[in-house]
Design a protein around this ligand. Sequence first.
Ligand code: AHR
Length: 498
Amino acid sequence: MKAKIIIDKNFKIGEVQRNIYGSFIEHLGRAVYEGIYQPGLSVSDEEGLRKDTLELVKELNVPIVRYPGGNFVSGYNWEDGVGPKEKRPRKVDLAWGVVETNQFGLDEFASWAKKADTEVMMAVNLGTRGIAEALNVLEYCNLKGGSYYSDMRIANGHKDPYGVKVWCLGNEMDGPWQIGHKTATEYGRLASETGRVMKVMDPSIKLVACGSSSSGMPTFASWEAEVLDNCYNEIDYLSLHQYYNNMANDSADFLARNMEMDDFISSVVSICDYVKAKKRSKKKINLSFDEWNVWYHSNEQDKKLEKWVSVPHQLEDVYNFEDALLVGSLLITLLKHADRVHMACLAQLVNVIAPIMTSDTGAWRQTIFYPYKDASLYGNGTVLNTIVDTEKYDSKNFCDVSYVDSIVVYNEEKEEVTIFAVNKNMTEDIELTCDLRQFEGYKVKEHIVLHNEDLKAENTEANKNNVAPVTSDVSKLDGGILNSVLKHKSWNVIRLSK
Ligand code: AHR
């Protein structure tokens, strides 16, 4: 089988906004406790922050991390998690059926984020709470001092404001499972009024309103239109959430599911622009795909969990090789929409549906770690309109699935061109060509390949490097024409530079 990638450096989709490589830490399972915070462990620092996790997060170069939820935020009192630890209350968390000890809160998270070289994306509780609490937490985080909550932060030992720039107005408020679930009109009004006064307090912040929890929600599309009708002027981004599964154990169909993401993004862009036209507005709303990933492996074991305990092993999906392939295709899809998707969060970061896992003795990389890392490290610059000419297949739920997903990113400043490509063909290697004569003087720097004969191969604590990338020398640039081979079932990063 053959594939041809066609690009032109003048045919641009848009600049990559680094925040599309964001992630997410929720007070859920072992994400916070045992994931990023575990006092007393030899690998933890003086604040109890795990240094092994920090190293892996830094390896991923994560630009922004959403916190503290998720469903958790809709019942959370942020004040419970600040001040002297011995005075912090143990509270019931109705979202996940556990007891939250509050030994870790927003001050600890801000400190962790600093050490991880990442920004904080803070979510406010619009489930059980409202405008007043949103203002209070913003004041605590962003005002210099001289007011009740900013002085409270200083009294808690944090003189400098955190300057949190991105704020989520609640979480998945369209979902009937959400604490304080609302209709689109109720939520749209609340988001508008909360957002308006938050920007009075700090005009430099950017706000994300809740879109649908998935494209499968019965209210999808009308929810977006109604919410935007109410809060268009106050917000900057609309969120999208979607998780993908292979419950049917149909790999060809599973690997096509990035087409669903593509469709979801296009639809939400259309709705945003419909409301823009209706309002005769000059302002464009961009998208924050702030929860996306594969999630299903842990569903059955999670049903058996005991209630009202602390720090259970919840949502601990062990990812396999085919999950990494889909994550690669999902990243390519986000890049294809770089003109409108300006933020995205792989949900989540550690232990809970995550690229990083920990135990008391160490931390390791799941299979999905690798495409995420490659995109974050090398997918920076201008996304070029990438045409892939190759064969297609039909699967149970999708037609015309390209065997190759690809996107090319051109970093003019660094003089680098990066080709990301997934070969979804289970048995055949694909001969790839790409005319790169516009990039005079460029050479192949590296071709990274993630491949495994076993789609179900996993990385576990006992076998940490079972699925790991290798470098290949099959890519050659001859007279400006790239000739390469995409191994059957593989994720590829072909890096060219001067
Ligand atoms: O990421 C896990 C959960 O998925 C989040 O708490 C929620 O927002 C979504 O339903």
